[in-house]
Design a protein around this ligand. Structure first.
Ligand SMILES: [Zn+2]
Ligand SMILES: [Zn+2]
Length: 310
């Protein structure tokens, strides 16, 4: 199954001509998950290869305007496009109430269900094929960091071993691959006899607005992709931290400690017309660092040694 990240808004605080405010879409198979939905996100979606009708769940990190003011426009547009499917919106405590307020702005009578969920740091949400976990970030209002982790996949199927054990090729192979035992000539063959070690799925972690905090390192451990607040460069560290934000260098230090694959720097302050200096200072600490730009598309691939049978 393909897994893509689309950066729809990579600027902090307010939209600029270079960057729209926070919104990240994760497309997994046919499903689109949104993480934050700043003002103007629906227009960013229209300029991207995504369809907003595929959005099933929206996760909001916190209730600063640059992270949620895109919701009212988006939910009204979904209605105008005859959406019928439920839309789930998750966020820190207060999300349900906020969603209710947004739905009741102006003349809007939704014909589809929008379900708000208040979630707390430490919660784990289980979905078909993946989990979304959250943890309280260290911002100046209640805020969450999120991670999306795919379910562990069964180990690689050893066809030779299965044939040696007398399992005929065909339907029984599939049963074993899905983790079920089969019976051949009165002998029970269990999946562990023909499957290798289980293999981890992919993991994406999103810090949201935050200063660097210790618990996040474990939370982000071994992510394929880490997307981290990098509002400013190191010369403005004190100020950035005072406002509950990180610098590019601090984000890179977190990436290094958490052993992630790649780091994308986001929530770039409108003061930077050219964000290359942020990328440079991050790369001095963690070479696989990239400044995220609006409409950047990132494929998250399965780890190389695991890809043969997928
Ligand atoms: Zn923000
Ligand atoms: Zn904020």
């Amino acid at each position: 199954m393909q897994l893509y990240i689309y950066f729809l808004g990579t600027g902090g605080s307010w939209p600029s001509s270079e960057r729209n405010v926070s919104a990240i879409a994760v497309k997994r198979g046919r499903e689109v998950l949104m993480f934050d939905c700043g003002e103007g996100t629906q227009r960013q979606i229209q300029k991207s290869p995504l369809s907003y009708m595929q959005i099933t769940k929206i996760f909001i990190t916190h209730f600063h305007g640059d992270h949620f003011l895109g919701l009212p426009g988006l939910i009204q547009t979904l209605q105008l496009n005859d959406r019928k499917e439920d839309l789930h919106v998750y966020g820190p405590p207060g999300m349900k109430k906020l969603l209710h307020q947004l739905i009741n702005l102006g003349y809007f009578a939704p014909a589809y269900s929008m379900i708000g969920h208040d979630i707390k740091g430490g919660e784990e949400l289980h979905f078909d094929g993946y989990d979304v976990r959250c943890i309280y970030a260290s911002h100046n209002v209640p805020a969450l960091s999120y991670s999306l982790a795919e379910d562990t996949r069964p180990g690689r199927f050893n066809k030779k071993r299965a044939l040696e054990l007398g399992v005929p090729e065909g339907r029984m192979f599939g049963k074993l691959q899905r983790g079920n035992s089969v019976e051949v000539n009165g002998k029970v063959i269990t999946p562990d006899m023909v499957l290798g070690d289980t293999r981890p799925g992919r993991k994406i972690t999103i810090s949201g607005d935050t200063i660097p905090y210790d618990a996040f390192i474990e939370f982000a451990r071994d992510s394929d992709v880490l997307i981290h607040d990098a509002t400013a460069d190191s010369s403005l560290e004190e100020k950035a931290n005072e406002y509950g934000h990180s610098t590019a260098r601090q984000a890179a230090e977190i990436a290094l400690k958490a052993g992630v694959g790649r780091l994308y720097l986001t929530h770039v302050s409108p003061r930077y017309r050219d964000a290359k200096p942020l990328e440079k200072e991050a790369r001095d600490v963690f070479p696989e660092s990239y400044v995220a730009n609006d409409f950047m598309e990132v494929e998250v691939k399965l780890k190389k040694q695991d890809r043969k049978n997928d």
